[in-house]
Ligand binder design. Structure first.
Ligand SMILES: [Zn+2]
Ligand SMILES: [Zn+2]
Length: 105
């Protein structure tokens, strides 16, 4: 059996992930098991993805919440509507008082 990457080199082992034959130069020992370079890169990418998820659990929780409840998006327009009412309530009396003061002068 020849190495998958090197057709002229005899394979010395198989990758436990993809099962292909590889030579010593292509195989990397990960936790005592042979992995080819491609599978090692895939494992590393998966590992980094897991590490990112572990570092940012809140982002995942937020994503799950927004995915689980479609009403979560309805809170956004309601929030801006609240602020619109808030500023109307604050500025309307101020505008009326200002208008009356101008008239009294
Ligand atoms: Zn592999
Ligand atoms: Zn090789």
């Amino acid at each position: 059996m020849k190495c998958k990457n090197h057709p002229k080199t005899d394979a010395n082992g198989t990758c436990v992930e993809c099962g292909n034959f590889f030579c010593d130069a292509c195989l990397i020992q990960v936790k005592g098991k042979n992995h080819c370079k491609q599978c090692t890169a895939d494992l590393l990418a998966k590992h980094e993805q897991k590490a990112k998820e572990a570092n940012n659990p809140q982002i995942i929780i937020q994503q799950q919440q927004s995915a689980a409840s479609p009403t979560a998006n309805a809170n956004k327009p309601r929030g801006s509507y609240f602020w619109l009412c808030f500023w109307l309530v604050v500025f309307f009396p101020v505008a009326i008082v200002y208008y009356l003061m101008r008239r009294w002068d």
